[in-house]
Design a protein around this ligand. Structure first.
Ligand SMILES: [Zn+2]
Length: 378
């Protein structure tokens, strides 16, 4: 049994985190406001503000204007005091972003290149894309928190190796191989978890949510109380392998038949347009019969999955991934299909949304791992 007593050091650390968090939320505050609002002593607040300033995390150059009397020093937080980088590796692209302490993307680079861990040039390209956003965002080595690498696979607990990576056939490959040319702290992150986390990190109405990633493969993540629920063995949310076609289903990359992945991966649409999702939606908009029929079948499967997710979790449902990024126009149609299935009368328009972050979601989410780590240990 642990003891309930919190040590003096823990209280000190908690006060520091709370004061920093308070300044982050408010943007700019006076010392007096912190003392009054947080009910802390003046010496405690002063000591912590001195510490935060020394760390280069807050700025004291501004003034808060008072009517009458002296203007007080404004304590404001410096968003780019630290930065994290996230990289997303997919079959045909490497995307990297630099993310500041507010979660904002301050630099982005996306290159089209075929995934191939056997090719040294490919590994060098990963390193170069990282250097590119680091240079562009002018991040000093000392201010770089780390590099999160999002991959299309299940990841070991310590972020060190690929536990299951059949989509790109790289099971058991290790972080140090993938990040051979990334000379900074790094870790691997499951792409669907990263993308889902990206959505909820900046939007707290997603406190409880399920993120469905509709890309070249289908993934998902469960978000409970603003945190990713990974399950007992880091497979929580693997909606892609729900068995949805009972007989004669198409073969899934996992080796089984009838998985949700086989009916809602992006390829179900883009096989018709030589891999181009843009072209698919262009044809759909222009009344192409085949595109319309494919889309109709796709939405039928998708709406069933959304309904099932809602029945299980009763939270928000976010449509993400490549296809999710095109959903805006078609939401009314999806709402109708989902509502027809709902026995309780709750309306899909109240819980179903398209993702806010499009191609960069997984990369940015992977970077947030390091932003969180920093904020928790300030
Ligand atoms: Zn499967």
């Amino acid at each position: 049994m642990g003891t309930d007593k919190i040590s003096a050091n823990e209280i000190k650390a908690k006060n520091r985190q709370n004061i920093y968090q308070y300044i982050r939320e408010r943007g700019s505050v006076s010392k007096q406001e912190i003392v009054v609002d947080m009910q802390l002593s003046l010496p405690t607040v002063t000591a912590n503000l001195d510490y935060l300033k020394k760390q280069g995390l807050i700025d004291t150059s501004g003034k808060i204007k008072h009517t009458g009397g002296r203007n007080a020093t404004a304590f404001s937080y410096i968003k780019n005091a630290r930065t994290a980088i996230g990289v997303d590796i997919t079959a045909n692209h490497i995307t990297a972003v630099a993310v500041d302490l507010s979660g904002e993307i301050v630099s982005m680079e996306r290159r089209r290149i075929q995934f191939n861990l056997e090719d040294d040039l490919y590994l060098r390209e990963i390193g170069e894309v990282v250097e590119c956003v680091k240079r562009d965002a002018q991040i000093a080595d000392t201010n770089l928190l780390g590099v999160g690498i999002s991959v299309q696979s299940l990841i070991s607990n310590d972020g060190e190796y690929i536990e299951y990576g059949k989509a790109l056939n790289f099971t058991r490959r290790r972080r140090e191989e993938i990040a051979a040319y990334v000379p900074y702290r790094s870790r691997l992150v499951h792409d669907s978890y990263a993308a889902g986390y990206r959505e909820t990190w900046t939007n707290h109405k997603f406190q409880n949510a399920f993120y469905i990633s509709l890309s070249n493969s289908v993934g998902g993540s469960v978000i409970i109380d603003d945190a990713i629920y990974e399950g007992n063995t880091h497979k929580g949310g693997e909606i892609g392998h729900l068995e949805v076609v009972s007989e004669g289903g198409e073969l899934c990359y996992c080796g089984r038949r009838g998985c949700f992945d086989t009916v809602c991966r992006a390829g179900k649409l883009t096989d018709y347009t030589e891999g181009s999702l843009e072209e698919f939606f262009h044809l759909l908009e222009n009344g192409d019969e085949t595109a319309r029929s494919l889309w109709n079948t796709y939405l039928d499967h998708l709406s069933r999955a959304i309904h099932n997710v809602r029945m299980l979790f009763d939270g928000m449902v976010i449509l993400g991934g490549y296809v999710g990024a095109y959903m805006g126009k078609y939401l009314d149609d999806i709402y109708r299909r989902v509502d027809e299935r709902n026995p309780f009368g709750d309306r899909a328009k109240d819980y179903l949304v398209e993702c806010q972050y499009k191609v960069e979601a997984s990369a940015a989410g992977a970077a947030l791992f390091y932003i969180d780590e920093f904020l928790e240990n300030i």
